[in-house]
Every structure is written in C-alpha cells, then in structure tokens.
Design a protein around this ligand. Structure first.
Ligand SMILES: Nc1ncnc2c1ncn2[C@@H]1O[C@H](COP(=O)(O)OP(=O)(O)O)[C@@H](O)[C@H]1O
Ligand SMILES: O=c1ccn([C@@H]2O[C@H](COP(=O)(O)OP(=O)(O)O)[C@@H](O)[C@H]2O)c(=O)[nH]1
Ligand SMILES: [Mg+2]
Length: 283
C-alpha cells in the first residue's frame, strides 16, 4: 500500500507496483478501486482514541470503517443511483455528516475520535486527493499543483473520489471530512451523489490558532508552509464559509468551539453525536 507519508508529500509511488499505473487501473476498473479503497477502509480504528495521547506525527488521517462491516458493492451502487435523494422510506441511505472548519481547526483529529467511538466511516477528501497524487496518475499531477497553491480541486474529481469511497465502504454512517470546500463542490455533490448531508459539523477556530497548529503539524505536507497557509485561509473565508452559511440556513449546522485540548473539544463532539436522532444509529 502507498504510505501516507508519500501521499502527503505528493510524490510518485516507489513501492514497485502495489498500486498500478493509471492505464492499468483503467483496465482493472472497479475491481481495482474495490481493492485499493477496501484496504484503506478496513483499517481498524484505535481501541480508544478519546483517551489516546495526541500526537500529530503519529496520528494518521484515515478512512475508517468499523471492521465488522463487509463490503457490498451492489447495495451501495443501488443506493446512490435509483434511491438517492428520496426522502421518506429510504432506509438504505447512509447517515452523512459533513465535517467543516478552517485548515488546522482539528477536523481530522476529531473525525478519528468520532469514527472510533460512534462507528462512522471517516472519508477525508484531502486524504483521497493525496492518495490520488501518490498513485502517480495524470490527475494526481494536477491535484498536486492545486494543493500546493491552496486552491480547490475541480468538483468532478473530488466528488468522484468521495462517491467511490462511499460506495466501497458500504458504511451506514459516514463522516466526510473537509468537503465541500465551496458552493460549486456542494452543488456537484448533491447532484452526483444525489443526496444532502444529514448534519454539518463546523469547527470554529481562530485564525492564529489554526496557523500555529498547521506550522507545527509536521507531517511533511506540501501545503503546510506559511505562504500556502495564507492562501488556504483566504479560500476558507471566501469560498468555504458560504457553504456553512447555506447549511445554517437549512438548520443543519452544529457549530463546535475548536479551541482547548483535543479531549475538551471531543466532549462537545461526543455530546452532539450522542444526541443524534435514532436514524443515525438504527440503520
Ligand atoms: N485541540 C487541539 N489543540 C492543539 N493542537 C491540535 C488540536 N487539535 C488538533 N491539533 C493538531 O493541529 C494540527 C491540525 O489538526 P488536524 O486535525 O489535522 O486539522 P484539520 O484536519 O482541520 O486541518 C495537527 O497537528 C493536530 O495534531
Ligand atoms: O474537498 C477538497 C478537499 C481538499 N482539497 C485540497 O486539499 C487541500 C488539503 O485539504 P485537507 O482537507 O487535507 O486540509 P486540512 O483542512 O485538513 O488541513 C486543500 O487546501 C485543497 O487544496 C480540495 O481541493 N477539495
Ligand atoms: Mg484535515
């Protein structure tokens, strides 16, 4: 498997074929996707991340799926085609939480804890994009250029990666971390996947705190430098906040104060996820 270190750095693979080049990937199609994402998704969450020490170097952003849930492509394929978007009686639709907040607000950190404690699959849009970079595909080169600049990757690329990851996970509860980044992303998701999120969790963090965290994140990311961080913060204000405003107007946003220790923040997160309607957990 491609290491996350390589994915973060955006360098081409060097593992001698664990991931096929793009041409081969096309031929292998869905089967390759199933194996690639299945391997990522089936990594088990830590036994008790809420009490684990916080460590930016060793904490990984995961695609987490409760390990007892098998892959079932057919069911999800049905879900996101014929049934998607229907309101009443759609018992197969997963419970979807978008997790938003500025760069460094702690989205990934808190998602790892939610995945572990509440049985959500954790789909990080940034990780999916970095994984595509690490695959060495042509699309990956484009993504790398955009991420270095702190800009937003075209919606069709990101939505397709998320859609496939959801399909492969077959999860009943999904966290989509760091997406949608702009209104265009949001509209594309709702059109292509055919559904809206059930809730939107918004981590509210002051800029100076986010900058401090990003500069000490220390994961070798190409975008964790002060120049790119400034651009990312502008993109967040100008393009991402309107998405939060849109969902606020639809009564879906749960704002969480993202300062304090990871565990203090998770206390508020835990209260929110414990209070979710039965629909989230009865599926
Ligand atoms: N409450 C916190 N206090 C201090 N540092 C934090 C806190 N939450 C997360 N971090 C650290 O800040 C950095 C950014 O967190 P991360 O979860 O990656 O944020 P995001 O996904 O929103 O960019 C990481 O190094 C992480 O370990
Ligand atoms: O839906 C997304 C998610 C991420 N990105 C790009 O990937 C970068 C890193 O995103 P990630 O969510 O990993 O960063 P974080 O906010 O967690 O620091 C962003 O700055 C964007 O350039 C994007 O274009 N669309
Ligand atoms: Mg993140």
């Amino acid at each position: 498997m491609v290491t996350e270190e390589r994915a973060r750095r955006g360098t081409a693979r060097t593992d001698g074929g664990a991931i096929a080049p793009e041409t081969e990937e096309k031929e292998l199609g869905d089967e390759m996707w199933r194996r690639r994402l299945g391997a990522l998704l089936l990594r088990s969450p830590p036994a008790s991340s809420s009490t684990a020490p916080s460590s930016c170097q060793h904490r990984r952003h995961h695609l987490l799926l409760p390990s007892e849930e098998p892959l079932a492509l057919g069911r999800l394929a049905r879900l996101f085609t014929s049934q998607a978007g229907s309101d009443g009686g759609d018992t197969l639709k997963p419970f979807i939480a978008f997790v938003l907040g500025g760069p460094g607000s702690g989205k990934g950190t808190q998602c790892t804890k939610i995945a572990s404690d509440f049985g959500f699959a954790h789909l990080s849009a940034g990780d999916l994009l970095r994984h595509e970079i690490a695959s060495g595909s042509e699309k990956g080169e484009l993504i790398l250029d955009i991420i270095k600049e702190g800009r937003i990757v075209p919606s069709e690329i990101t939505v397709e990666l998320i859609r496939k990851a959801m399909e492969m996970s077959n999860a009943k509860r999904v966290l989509i971390d760091g997406f949608p980044r702009c209104e265009e992303n949001r509209i594309a998701f709702e059109r292509i996947v055919g559904t809206e999120p059930d809730i939107v969790v918004f981590f509210d963090c002051p800029e100076d705190e986010m900058v401090k965290r990003l500069l000490s994140r220390n994961q070798g990311r190409v975008d964790d430098n002060i120049e790119t961080i400034k651009k990312r913060l502008k993109v967040f204000e100008n393009l991402n906040i309107p998405v939060v405003d849109y969902y606020s107007s639809r009564g879906k946003v749960h704002k969480i104060k993202a300062t304090g220790t990871e565990d203090e923040i998770f206390d508020a997160v835990r209260r929110l996820f414990s209070s979710l309607s039965r629909r989230a957990y009865d599926m």
